[in-house]
Design a protein around this ligand. Sequence first.
Ligand code: 9MR
Length: 393
Amino acid sequence: MLSFTFVAFAVLVRLVAAQSPVWGQCGGIGWSGPTSCAAGSTCTVSNAYYSQCLPNGSATTTTSGGSGTALPTASSTAKLHSLAKTAGKLYFGSATDNPELTDTAYVGILSDNTMFGQITPGNSMKWDATEPEQGTFTFSGGQQIVDLARGNGQLLRGHNCVWYNQLPSWVSGGTFTAAELTSIVQTHCSTIVGHWAGEIVNLTCITEPFNDDGTWRSDVFYNTLGESFVATALMAARSADPTTKLYINDYNIEGSGAKATAMQNLIKSLQAAGTPIDGVGLQCHFIVGEVPTTLQTNMEAFAALGVEIAITELDIRMTLPATAALYDQQKTDYNTVVSACQAVESCIGITIWDYTDKYSWVPSTFSGQGAACPWDSNFVKKPAFDGIAAAFS
Ligand code: 9MR
């Protein structure tokens, strides 16, 4: 009898422990605790990293914070591309990616050309997608984005020709003479840029050539060719489509420092050699509360070189779960970034690295972080949206 009571009690404890309490976490990437909720509450997805037991009937707000309180949402009904145009910029845009294009709710928002006047393929123009085997080109993924932009009346930013990452193994693992690799870079760049000649208004031709200390990144291009690969790619792209504005972009060049200086020196040496270079892309993958204080000054330093500046991959991530305070700081940070672009005439436009947390690259790369985009994973606009709109107004 005594042992039966003990077993029954142990089972009851296990059953209770298998449920999260009201307001407790009940799911999300990396969560190994209970996934069912105490009576009277329902497990509700907040974002990829956090699901929460919300009291039944309380989940009318699509976004909720770690404390169980509803998170604030945007109040502005503005259209960001329209605001950017009125403010004298060329576009406000978003990255997108092919797998997302089956999501009709997502595409509906993306295709509003008053909200997004430009789109950028996040992956499908990269080397692994376009030349997976030497001399075999596949344009279908990139073409889908080009067609979407054209159909929507949006500009298309190209991304990218030469990057150390997302290379097919025949490139990254190849052993080449300098002449061979120069020819490979020329063929790759001229083929993809030539294929979309007239479609790409501006192109991130080179991505991430530097280490954070401003030295050149060690990769197959630099190790085989030294810095000449940059000019080779730029010249091939210019010949293939003389109308496309050619950019180099990187991260951690947004504020003053060794890496920004290295990029400025590269631009000067390209200009001195007569190599085509039209612009610099500041990626702007930021962390809430950590936007560089020298952002605008540094933009002015680039502008003084006579190149365009574009914010090419903006998002501002936070440690999850999101809170109202983090959302508020994120609003301030988006406002700071857009205001800096607004204050510098040579800053032509802003691309966010996808508009919704539903398809952000952040959670899969930075464990426990996310909520980096101005729209949440349910397509609800966050206060960050108001921060952007206010900066253009
Ligand atoms: O958004 C891209 C993501 O889907 C890919 O998995 C990732 C692979 O490295 O690349 C992401 O985009 C990167 C961009 O091309 C260059 N700058 C950094 C971006 C985030 O990683």
